[in-house]
Design a protein around this ligand. Sequence first.
Ligand SMILES: *Cc1c(COP(=O)(O)O)cnc(C)c1O
Length: 379
Amino acid sequence: MSRPISIPDHMLPADGRFGSGPSKVREEQVGALARAGRSLLGTSHRQAPVKDMVGRIREGLGDFLELPDGYEILLGLGGASTFWDSAAFSLVREKAQHAAFGEFGAKFAAVTDNAPFLQPSSIRTSEPGTRTEVVEEEGVDVYAWPQNETSTGVMAPVRRPDGVERATPGSDGALVVVDATSAAGGTAVDLQQTDVYYFSPQKNFASDGGLWFGAFSPAAIERIEAIAASGRWVPDVLSLNTALENSRKNQTYNTPGLAGLVMLDDQVRWLNEQGGMAWAAARTKDSSDRVYAWAEASEFARPFVTAAGDRSTVVTTVDFDDAVDATAISKTLRAHGVVDVEPYRKLGRNQLRIATFTAVDPEDVSALLSCIDLIVDQL
Ligand SMILES: *Cc1c(COP(=O)(O)O)cnc(C)c1O
């Protein structure tokens, strides 16, 4: 056994949480939780105090996302993974097409592909670390892809595919459904380019998992209502029509975890006070630029995503030379309280994955990179 590597305290990041979800929760959010612990926690989600908070979150998310006229913020239980089943039941009329360039995109594609009441999906894949796009296709009524593929650190533009006309109520057009789970709250988006922009709150929104939120266009809302009226069997807990009716009343169909809502409420307020979407996008770009510039200059590391334009600003991935054991780096960091920089487990690469979500201080990213240099020096 070699001597354990020691990192001097003054070099360590002030906060050592760099996970891609769950992710760093700010101290102020925990303060909000403590205050709510004397009043809101443990009270009915059908009464004004909790409903007002849900309303504030919906409004705050609308402000942050610069919600276009007619779009609505809906929420439900179960997170993005549950939302995939909801989307298969309540958004896809007959056939979906997916751009699946990583684990999360592939999982949603498998959900619609396996749904017995839908046609097999069109699934466009690409090698990990690269991306692919959806393309116009006859008979497709939902086009779907992740804005940020959290398993690989690849980011994709959010824009309607060429040749696909924007759906409007009554038009029967195809919907664009974007998984923004790890993107929303830390990147810019023009919601006019999407019909559904959905996410879980445990990434850039620094809260707990277990809920999903989404911005829905008028065409998406019409689709939900049309499928609900069509006679298709939809389980109540997955029904987006049920979520729509409840969300409009600032409620959920079944009981939500209140603590996560309190932390989300605080984070949304913080994001808007700091300067909203543009501010958040600039901050994550600053943090991620530090990682990529360091990796490009490094003698033993390089960005995993070779196309610079596809590199994520919120989840960075760095490959290491064979001579440098990334697992030894992450273990040493973990022993010093710097955690969750392990790569996505199924990717199986000699890699570190560093989330540069909005809550993460860019100076902490720089400190982390210095610690990695120090560790590699001593390995
Ligand atoms: C984390 C993540 C999910 C899964 O979210 P859950 O809340 O765990 O269901 C889905 N898509 C993307 C892009 C993610 O990053």
